[in-house]
Design a protein around this ligand. Structure first.
Ligand SMILES: [Zn+2]
Length: 390
């Protein structure tokens, strides 16, 4: 596998500047295309699975995190508070507290549950500069997050459905699971008291039939979780996706719903992330594919190579007909050099005098295969179908 830091810079996907700071990469246009494509894919996947999207601010009052428990259990990973007009504001270390308040903003009935609230939102982690690098360890994280507010009886089905979405997204991205980890609490005072046994039992049922390791000391402070582990080129594991069961924050925020019995009950929160942080997901995509992204994610999907200046008008006409397919013309330099430069582009199209005269296109694939020349309309329709978001 490749090192995403090196390749990411070579391919012009992202960069950094000491004046912005360590762990704060910026995204260049081609990187932003990959990122936006992933975000669109995930939002659509979630919409189809019954999630509703929200937006919430990346800041909150310190008091909010005192209630959620982050302030007492997670403060070492948080940026220090900022004093503004008598309030102490903090960059949020997670999205859950905001989503809990959105849930609490009005009365809830059992008929609304499971209520699935999703957001691709910013969160911040005050990592030490020594561990930062590229996109895989950053201080400003864009998280594909969601919180499912549900009854205790709905938790297992919701957690299983989330795991199924994770596997589906990995298929679409062409990345694989290194290992499933059931992350349990360990010794020490990092964890809140609560319904751990029940949560662990539920997650064990969700993992039934899958190979997994139970590891102590890796749980969230508020509950156990399933971590979907990926591996980088050096075999180092990290967590990309998670499914967590939480009885703690519903209690802390006093969340309620009115049951069929007309009495008030407390929901459970399933925290889940399908593709984890956008930064880490793209780092993994770069390493696994060596920059040859699945066609739907490729910054450039079609590269048009006019053999000489005489075919340039034909290339421009084809470019106009590419519609939503991301296409560009490469006209400078020898044909061989241009083909090599575009080796990561899913479809390279050579336009010679024969093709121009016949209104045809000849396609070269990334594996070096060359398809027979065919009418332009047919080739463009086929490419449009193959680059479509899965
Ligand atoms: Zn959460």
């Amino acid at each position: 596998m490749h090192d995403h830091r090196k390749l990411g810079r070579e391919l012009g996907l992202f960069g950094s500047d000491p004046l912005i700071g360590a762990g704060l990469p910026y995204w260049l246009p081609d990187g932003a295309i990959v990122r936006h494509s992933l975000e669109e894919y995930v939002r659509r996947l979630e919409r189809r699975a019954g999630y509703r999207h929200v937006h919430s601010p990346v800041l909150g009052k310190r008091e909010l995190y005192e209630i959620s428990g982050h302030w007492s259990h997670y403060r070492d990973d948080m940026f220090p508070p900022m004093d503004v007009g008598g309030d102490q504001l903090v960059l949020r270390p997670s999205l859950c507290p905001h989503h809990a308040l959105i849930y609490r903003a009005r009365g809830r009935s059992h008929r609304e549950l499971p209520l699935r609230i999703a957001e691709i939102g910013g969160m911040y982690r005050a990592e030490l500069s020594g561990v930062l690098g590229g996109l895989s360890r950053v201080r400003a994280i864009q998280l594909n997050d969601a919180h499912v507010f549900c009854t205790i009886d709905q938790v297992e089905a919701e957690a299983s459905a989330a795991l199924a979405l994770i596997r589906r997204a990995y298929d679409a991205m062409g990345i694989s699971v290194a290992r499933y980890r059931l992350s349990l609490p360990g010794p020490g005072g990092k964890y809140v008291a609560g319904n751990w046994d029940r949560s662990v039992e539920i997650l064990r049922s969700v993992l039934d039939g899958l190979p997994y390791d139970a590891v102590e000391g890796e749980a969230a402070f508020y509950g156990p979780k399933i971590d979907v582990q990926i591996a980088d080129g050096a075999g180092r594991e990290s967590t990309l996706s998670t499914v967590q069961v939480d009885f703690h924050q519903p209690e802390q925020f006093g969340l309620e719903y009115v049951g069929a019995d007309a009495a008030r009950h407390r929901p459970v929160i399933v925290h889940r992330s399908i593709i984890g942080s956008i930064e880490r997901a793209v780092a993994q995509l770069i390493e696994v594919h060596g920059g040859a992204f699945p066609a739907w994610l490729a910054p450039v999907q079609v590269r048009l190579l006019p053999v000489s200046g005489a075919e340039l008008p034909y290339a421009r006409e084809i470019l106009d007909r590419c519609g939503d397919v991301r296409a560009e013309i490469a006209a400078e330099g020898s044909l061989g050099a241009r083909i090599r430069d575009g080796r990561l582009v899913p479809y390279q199209v050579v336009l010679g005098p024969g093709e121009a005269a016949a209104g045809e296109l000849s396609v070269r694939l990334r594996d070096g295969r060359r398809l027979d020349a065919a009418p332009a309309a047919d080739v463009l329709a086929r490419i449009a179908a193959e680059v479509r978001m899965p």
